[in-house]
Each structure stands twice: as C-alpha cells, then as structure tokens.
Design a protein around this ligand. Structure first.
Ligand code: ADP
Ligand code: ADP
Ligand code: MG
Length: 465
C-alpha cells in the first residue's frame, strides 16, 4: 500500500473546485466517483443519446453537448470547452477514447486556462505518433520490435525493411489505436497490396495515411507497465498488467501479476518504461505496452498517454486510486508516494463485459437490459453504468462494464471470477459472459501459459448462453 494518497492535498486547499468529465458511461462514472470522494464538484457532458442515464446523477452539472453521433458531441472539442466555461470548471478529465489522446484538444484546454487532466500536448503528440515513440524508445535503450525507423515512405523502402527483418511483418498505422490499423503480411507478394489498403484505411480512420513496419512476433504475450508521474519529474511504475487474452487485437481479459514473465523480465520492463517516460519529460498517467516473444524477451510497441480501461486491476493490487493520482498531479502536487512505497498484494483479474455476441463473430448487441444481477462479495468490483431498464446504444463502444476480482493468488482469483460470472446475469442482452465462463474453466488459461492466439483456439460456436 502507498503511504498516503491524501498527503500534500490534505495540507493545502484543493486547487480544483469543479472538474468537467468529457466522456460517458463507465469511465465518466469512475472519474466522478473519485471526484466526489475528494470533495471536488463534478460536471459531466452528455449527448442527447445519453440523456437521463443514471450515472449523470453523480454530476451536479450535467451539460448536453449535442446529438448522439460522437462526431457531433463527444468529439466536439469546442463545445466541451464551452461547457467547461459555462459551468466554471477548473479542469477537464477526458477518460479514455474520444479526445483523451488528442493533442489539439489538450492545447485548446491550455488556451482556455482549463487544466487538461493528462500529459502535456507535446507529450501526447510525441508519444501518440507510434513511429516517433519507437524512435524515442530506442534512444532511451528500451528494446523495440525490429522494423522501420519511422514512416515507410514508399513500397521500395517497405520491401527492403521487410526483407531485412524477415516475414511475417506487421503494417501498422502511425496514428492507430483500439486494435485498428494493423495488418499481418506473410510474404513479399502480399506486401504491396497490404501497404495500399493500410494507407487508405489509416487515412479514413485516423486522418493520417502514415504507416510503419514491425516484425510480427508469433503468438506473443501482451504485457504493459502502468506509470504515474508528477510535474516535478518523479516517475513511478505500478508494475505490469497482462492483456494477452485478445480478439482482433482488442483486449478481453486483463490481469496482474502477469503469469507469463519472470521477475527479472518484470523488473527490466518496469525500469525501461520509467526511462522512456523520463526521456519524454512525461507527467500524469501512461501505459507502456510491450509484446513478449516466446523466449520471454519483451519488445516495446506503444505508449498510451491516458488512463486505460484495465486500470482497476492495478488499483486492486496496489491500493492506489489512479484517477486520484491523475487529479493530484494535474493540480501540480508531487506524488504522495515513492517507488519504494508501492507494494503489491495478491492477484487481480478483469473481464470486459461487452454487449456483443461471441457466437456470431462478436457482433454488437445493443438494446434494452430487462434484467441485471450483479455479483458481490469479498474483493469483487463491478465498474459499470448500466442497470435494468438501461438501453445500450448502438452508437457507442459495446463495452458495458468491467468485472474485477482481487484475491491472494491467481488460482483463487480465477475461482472467484468463475463464481462471479455465475452470478452476473444481464438479460436479454447477448454479452461476452459465456466466453469468460468458458475461459475460466480452460486448462490452458489456468496454466497461465498462452499467447495472443489463445482465443482463436476456442470453439466459439459451442458457447451457448
Ligand atoms: P486500453 O488499452 O485502455 O484497453 P483500448 O485500445 O481498448 O485501450 O481503447 C480504449 C478505448 O478507446 C476504446 O473504446 C477504443 O475503441 C478507444 N480508442 C483507442 N484508441 C483509439 C483511436 N486512436 N481512435 C479511436 N478510438 C480509440
Ligand atoms: P493499438 O494502438 O491498436 O492498441 P498496438 O500497437 O498496441 O495497437 O497493438 C495491438 C495488439 O496487436 C497488441 O496487443 C498485440 O496483440 C498485437 N501486436 C502489435 N504489434 C505486434 C507485433 N509486432 N507482433 C505481434 N503482435 C503485435
Ligand atoms: Mg495498444
């Protein structure tokens, strides 16, 4: 446990009196919960599609910013700034997704004298460009996946790099995220076509046609390091999370400690992540992501310059409230703890409850929830904004909640998760719950020895409900 999280904050008056949350759903609720506990007043933006949602009751100032499509509401930086000014918010918390990694929005906040609860616009720009982040990682002696030095300008250059690192390779969008803009290329013949389609997709999805090339590491683990840094140059890691259970490069289950790395590797990765943050003069929360090959060697892949979906597993084992840390360092306070104070206890697992049908290729299943039964008990946490009577909109992310357990050991955590998944019922919505029930019984999952192709081995058609 960290020594104190309220240390310096309790001594002086709080600088932020009101925080505007520029997000929706579970993360908006998550942020407001901590604000309330810190005695900070909350405002929250919402689209017409979210009007009346229960989580908005935690906001003393809910502000409608437009129609349901994200492009007309949650992605409208100017409207969000106007909302913050209208309610007199000192700061904006962007959550994850939407504007969380938008450097221009962070600048707009700065120009309006509103604190952006996150890193500087410069850090977002530097690390959000995945090729630039690779360069910086190399400079900071963080091992990176072999690949291009930066953007691949033309097919010629791409072919050369691919020959050099050897097939298969991955073509990745510079500005990619959320598992999109990635493509595996297994031969020279495929590369040209893959480059053209990737560039086109990157342009449409991320408004940036830039792509780069990495060696494709076969069936790796995904292991990432959580960092928190203050504006005085202190960078502390909160150990790792293992997010190897994925489908389509998107995380489904996250856990800590990682069952797939040894202590030496863990220590190397945590130190490397801290070096990278220091090289970027980074402050606030960040996650440094790695893939770990089958020999156990980690390679840097990217930095996420925001709070992550899976942050609760870290909170469970460290006892540190990451949203609170984000707010405190955004107020200019020093971290209330040092690296030595960060102790880990036990094991924690999170399952992402998505309104998707795993039997039918994870197709989204929006609609009204008629019946909801939420598990509880020791070390159980359900972070969600939904309730019986809530209608899941097809316009937004299909993640409707996160089920998290914390136990002394991984085996006990799996047993607890199994029990919680028996209790958790969301009807008639199709969700990822049956898949997680299946995985918690899977011998390979239980053994802890698997790579990112784990979910591909599961016969999804036999899941049932
Ligand atoms: P995490 O590593 O925190 O799980 P994800 O990659 O799952 O992060 O992204 C979290 C959320 O942000 C998801 O809703 C995802 O769709 C969204 N997201 C992440 N990056 C981008 C991006 N570049 N463009 C659009 N949405 C993104
Ligand atoms: P995003 O920004 O969409 O999160 P990442 O670069 O973090 O993209 O990659 C997402 C996932 O894709 C990783 O978690 C991993 O499973 C897979 N991946 C990324 N790069 C590689 C690679 N070089 N080799 C093998 N798998 C990779
Ligand atoms: Mg990633």
């Amino acid at each position: 446990m960290a020594k104190s999280q309220s240390g310096p904050a309790a001594a002086g008056p709080l600088k932020f009196k009101r925080i505007l949350v520029a997000n929706r759903g579970e993360i908006a609720l998550r942020v407001m919960r901590t604000c309330r506990e810190m005695g900070i007043d909350t405002a929250c933006v919402f689209s017409e599609g979210d009007r009346g949602a229960e989580y908005l009751k935690l906001a003393s100032h809910p502000v409608c910013i437009g129609p349901p499509p994200p492009g007309e509401s949650y992605l409208k930086g100017d409207r969000i700034i106007a909302a913050a000014e209208m309610v007199g918010a000192d700061a904006i918390h962007p959550g994850y997704g939407f504007l969380a990694e938008n450097a221009q929005f962070a600048e707009m906040c700065r120009d309006s004298n509103i604190e952006f609860i996150g890193p500087s616009a410069e850090s977002i720009r530097l690390l959000g460009d995945k090729a630039a982040a690779r360069k910086l990682a190399k400079k900071a002696k963080v091992p990176t996946v072999p690949g291009s030095d930066g953007v691949v300008e033309d097919d010629e250059a791409a072919l050369k790099i691919a020959e050099k690192v050897g097939y298969p390779v991955m073509v990745k969008a510079l500005a990619g995220g959320g598992g999109r803009g990635l493509r595996i290329v297994r031969s020279r013949e495929e590369l040209k076509h893959a480059l053209a389609t990737s560039r086109q997709e990157a342009l449409t999805s991320f408004n940036d046609a830039g792509v780069y090339i990495e060696k494709f590491i076969e069936n790796p683990r995904h292991v990432e390091v959580q960092l928190i840094a203050d504006q005085k140059g202190h960078v502390v890691h909160l150990y790792e999370r293992d997010c190897t259970v994925q489908r389509r490069y998107q995380k489904l289950i996250e856990e800590t400690p990682s069952p797939g790395i040894d202590n030496r590797t863990r220590e190397d990765m945590c130190k490397a992540a801290v070096r990278l943050a220091k090289a970027a003069n980074y402050y606030n929360a960040a996650t440094v992501e790695f893939v770990v090959d089958q020999k156990g060697k980690p390679y840097f892949i990217e930095v996420n310059t925001r709070i992550q979906v899976e942050h609760p597993v870290t909170e469970m084992v460290t006892g540190i409230d990451l949203i609170r840390c984000q707010i405190e360092v955004a107020m200019g306070e020093p971290l209330g703890f040092t690296q030595r104070d960060v102790k880990r206890n036990g094991a924690s697992i999170e399952c992402r409850i998505n309104a998707e049908d795993p039997v039918h290729n994870f197709r989204p299943c929006p609609g009204k929830i008629e019946h909801l039964n939420v598990p509880g008990g020791m070390g159980v946490r359900f972070d969600s904004h939904v309730y019986a009577g809530y209608t899941i909109s097809p316009r937004y992310d299909s993640m409707i909640g996160k089920l998290i357990v914390h136990r002394p050991t991984r085996d006990e955590a799996i047993a607890a998760m199994r029990r919680c998944l028996m209790e958790l019922r969301i009807q008639p919505t199709k969700t990822t719950i049956p898949l997680f029930r299946r995985i918690m019984e899977d011998e390979v999952f239980i053994s802890g020895k698997f790579g990112t192709n784990f979910v591909e081995r599961i016969d999804l058609e036999r899941l049932g409900n």
